[in-house]
Design a protein around this ligand. Structure first.
Ligand SMILES: Nc1nc2c(ncn2[C@@H]2O[C@H](COP(=O)(O)OP(=O)(O)OP(=O)(O)O)[C@@H](O)[C@H]2O)c(=O)[nH]1
Ligand SMILES: [Mg+2]
Length: 291
């Protein structure tokens, strides 16, 4: 009786590239099963490249979530984000071009398509937001799918097509031992994740321009104990912003804004860290914070 040879283990990196707001971070989180990257309805949410790890029976797929491409009058932040997205292509095994068929194909999509037409790695086209009924650009994207090594249609919101996408991507990974220990689901350190969860609330709770003029600084993260012996994490952080006008907006009338940001950030932090958190949040002017 002949034994079936064991399947080789596959591991590698897949970069999610696309226009801003298509759902790259939401898809990363849904595939990983943990929140490794923050998500908001505002463009240019992701500022840093984050790895999310998906472990399968015979593979480890490392997703590289990147800042989205965004066309605007060039600001330092946007140029920097584009550089990060391009750099994320170095040393990766395959590219997942994430697109949103609920929006017409625009200039930013063309820009991404053009950047990706030069990459040597296999490219997969992934249409997101399958749960939305109106997807006017679906047909046009599917036609463009001919130029890719594979096409997937998914919803990160209801899970449609996610197992199929995982298998599709895993098939393109090289034979390689795991890159991360099986218990890790991200390369991000705890303090980075804490600052990101606070930044997410700044994005969610403030108006159009404010979030882009902020940076979160962690001043201290300390173990502490209440008088009745309950342990908690004491986090002291500051929202830095370049001038008084933004500072006033962030603080809000009667400190209402910063209090709302603080309350929801604390709830998110407690959920993510699975423990009690005390968050002490300040708004400070730092003229070096740009945008
Ligand atoms: N209906 C629906 N909405 C989604 C889906 N995936 C993402 N979204 C929404 O799309 C918006 C943008 O999602 P993100 O994951 O932050 O998009 P992104 O591509 O990472 O954006 P940047 O980081 O700014 O480049 C958010 O409001 C998400 O809730 C989906 O599958 N279905
Ligand atoms: Mg993102």
């Amino acid at each position: 009786m002949s034994e079936t040879p064991a399947l080789p283990f596959r591991a590698g990196l897949a970069a999610l590239i696309g226009r801003t707001n298509v759902g790259k971070s939401t898809l990363t989180n849904a595939l990983v099963g943990h929140k490794v990257s923050i998500v908001t309805p505002k463009p240019q949410t992701t500022r840093h490249v984050v790895h999310g790890v998906v472990n399968g029976p015979q593979f480890q797929l490392v997703l590289v979530d990147t800042p989205g491409f965004f066309k605007t009058k060039t600001s330092k932040l946007v140029t920097e984000l584009h550089r990060k997205a391009r750099e994320a292509l170095d040393g990766i095994d395959l590219v997942l071009h994430v697109v949103d068929p609920s929006r017409e194909i625009g200039e930013e999509d063309q820009m991404v398509t053009q950047v990706l037409s030069h990459v040597k790695q296999p490219r997969i086209l992934c249409l997101t937001k399958f749960d939305l009924r109106r997807r006017p650009a679906r047909k046009a994207w599917l036609e463009r799918g001919r130029d890719y090594a594979g096409v997937a249609e998914v919803s990160a919101r209801n899970g449609h097509g996610l197992p199929e996408l995982k298998s599709l991507l895993a098939g393109f990974l090289p034979e390689h031992p795991p890159l991360y220990p099986p218990e890790d689901f991200t390369n991000a350190h705890r303090d980075f994740q804490i600052a990101e969860l606070i930044r997410e609330q700044v994005y969610l709770q403030t108006g159009q321009e404010v979030p882009y003029r902020t940076v979160i600084e962690l001043d201290a993260v300390e173990e502490a104990t209440t008088r009745d012996g309950q342990s908690f994490l004491h986090i002291k952080a500051s929202v830095l912003t370049p001038n008084d006008r933004y500072q006033r907006m962030l603080i809000g009338v009667g400190a209402g804004m910063i209090r709302a940001i603080g309350t929801s950030a604390r709830q998110e932090l407690e959920h993510s860290l699975q423990r009690k958190v005390f968050l002490d949040l300040d708004v400070l002017v730092d003229k070096h914070v740009g945008g």
